[in-house]
Design a binder for this molecule. Structure first.
Ligand code: CUA
Length: 157
């Protein structure tokens, strides 16, 4: 075996790791009763969140098809709404945005973990099965109050 063969092997191995990592992030939370299905972003004017009906009144809303949508604002230094309540055995699409600086949105103990960038709406669909309470933390340094920027998601029976 010459050196180039080794390089190719390592390249293939690292590709596999990356694919495996993405698969883990996308499907890995199933065992916890939570599965992330989709991940996408769209743009919004961060200075005019009050002109977008999703974020004038951050909330959880039931859709006609029985699924839910959660509109969340991450701002210095809180998540709104907090706590965020969703029913057990529900499918919830989160829309999370920021009016000020970059924040993170991680539901601790699950694979729900995204950056929240002003001007973008982080979107992910999550299935909640069992009732429970989850902490929410901000994973991006966002200023003096970053370490205290916490919230809760309650999955209620
Ligand atoms: Cu918000 Cu750190």
């Amino acid at each position: 075996m010459n050196i180039h063969t080794y390089e190719k092997l390592w390249l293939a191995a690292s590709m596999l790791l990356i694919v495996g990592f993405i698969a883990t992030v996308t499907y890995g939370a199933v065992g916890l009763g939570i599965a992330m299905i989709d991940d996408s972003e769209s743009s919004i004017n961060p200075d005019a969140l009050d002109e977008d009906d999703r974020f004038t009144d951050p909330r959880v809303e039931e859709m006609d098809d029985g699924t839910y949508e959660a509109y969340v604002v991450a701002e210095q230094y809180r998540f709104n709404p907090d706590p965020l309540e969703v029913p057990a055995n529900s499918t919830v699409t989160f829309y999370v945005t920021s009016p000020d600086v970059i924040h993170g949105y991680e539901i601790v103990g699950t694979n729900v973990n995204t950056m929240v960038i002003p001007g973008e709406v982080a979107t992910m669909t999550v299935e909640f099965e069992e009732p429970g309470e989850y902490g929410v933390v901000c994973n991006e340094y966002c200023g003096a109050g970053h370490h205290g920027m916490e919230g809760e998601v309650h999955v209620v029976p």
